[in-house]
Write a protein that binds this ligand. Structure first.
Ligand SMILES: C[S@@+](CC[C@H](N)C(=O)[O-])C[C@H]1O[C@@H](n2cnc3c(N)ncnc32)[C@H](O)[C@@H]1O
Length: 282
């Protein structure tokens, strides 16, 4: 057995006994000697993932994001629900009859049984909105509830919001996933970690700055928060008019620069059904 093999065994044992910080250090030392060592890289990724999930569990006690989505369906009873980013169907399945569901995802692979009327589109959200009239697809005038959980870059998430808002009315709600990172590595534009939120968090800063007319609050729910937006205005063109300026201004920002002040932008509310019900009734 070589020295590197022994060091890898040691790192693995540390990881298996939940000594994750020491296991990470052991992997990093191997990678200093052998930067492309596939097993060490793989183990380091697994360790980082477990560290992020543990940090998120500590930061976000209480209800999970799927419990919240189920709750929104229950209390809002939306006539129409749109989901961007469907994947396995784990979140879209929470819609119940008689809600009409539209799902968009270029690579969905549904493994969960769907409970209600639904139309799924295997394409990117941009292609969908460029080629369909959502009112015709939904056979309804507005999206009552939308969940944006597609490509995790801020410019795409902002485009998704602009498109969703065009089909919203004064009673609509839009929910963003993955806007509250607990560590910078998960919040970068380029994917560097198994758990990846991307730079979606920038949308919070953008909406605060460009759309103070929106009601925005954030539920600190595991694993990465849900931002809820109300008071939508289908006639507003501020975001689309300023889109190029916004993208240029926010592209280079890093989460490290904003981490200290970021929470103050989120308008955090308790992770509690009754508290959120009161806010929505105001
Ligand atoms: C995190 S997963 C969604 C998870 C799902 N909402 C849930 O909670 O179980 C993100 C999904 O977004 C999809 N996606 C990526 N780019 C997209 C795009 N441009 N438009 C729509 N969906 C996209 C991916 O294929 C992936 O399935």
């Amino acid at each position: 057995m070589t020295g590197i093999d022994q060091a890898l065994q040691n790192a693995l044992q540390l990881a298996n006994s939940d000594q994750l910080d020491s296991a990470r250090q052991a992997c990093q030392q191997i990678l200093l000697l052998s930067p492309q060592h596939a097993d060490a890289l793989n183990l380091l990724q697994q360790i980082e993932f477990r560290l992020h999930m543990t940090a998120a569990q500590q930061r976000f006690p209480g209800r999970l994001y799927l419990e919240w989505l189920e709750w929104f369906h229950l209390v809002r009873q939306p006539t129409t629900y749109l989901e961007i980013g469907v994947e396995t169907g784990n979140s879209i399945r929470l819609a119940k009859p008689p809600t009409k569901v539209i799902g968009i995802d270029p690579e969905f692979n549904i493994v969960y049984t769907q409970q209600t009327w639904n139309k799924l589109f295997r394409e990117t959200s941009n292609d969908f909105f460029a080629t369909h009239d959502l009112r015709e697809v939904m056979q309804a005038d507005a999206i009552d509830l939308a969940f944006i959980d597609g490509l995790h870059t801020f410019d795409q998430t902002l485009t998704d919001f602009i498109n969703v808002e065009r089909y919203s009315d004064e009673n609509s709600l839009t929910i963003f996933h993955d806007i509250f990172p607990v560590s910078p590595i998960t919040a970068s534009r380029e994917r560097k970690s198994v758990l990846w939120l991307g730079d979606t968090w920038k949308v919070i800063l953008i909406l605060r700055q460009y759309r103070p007319d929106l009601q925005l609050f954030t539920i600190p729910t595991y694993p990465s928060g849900l931002a809820v937006v109300a008071n939508l205005d289908c006639h507003s063109t501020i975001l689309s008019d300023c889109y190029a300026e916004i993208v240029e201004k926010f592209m280079a920002l890093t989460f490290e620069e904003h981490q200290a002040s970021f929470e103050s932008q989120l308008n955090l509310v308790p992770n509690d059904f009754q508290a959120v019900e009161k806010i929505l009734k105001r």
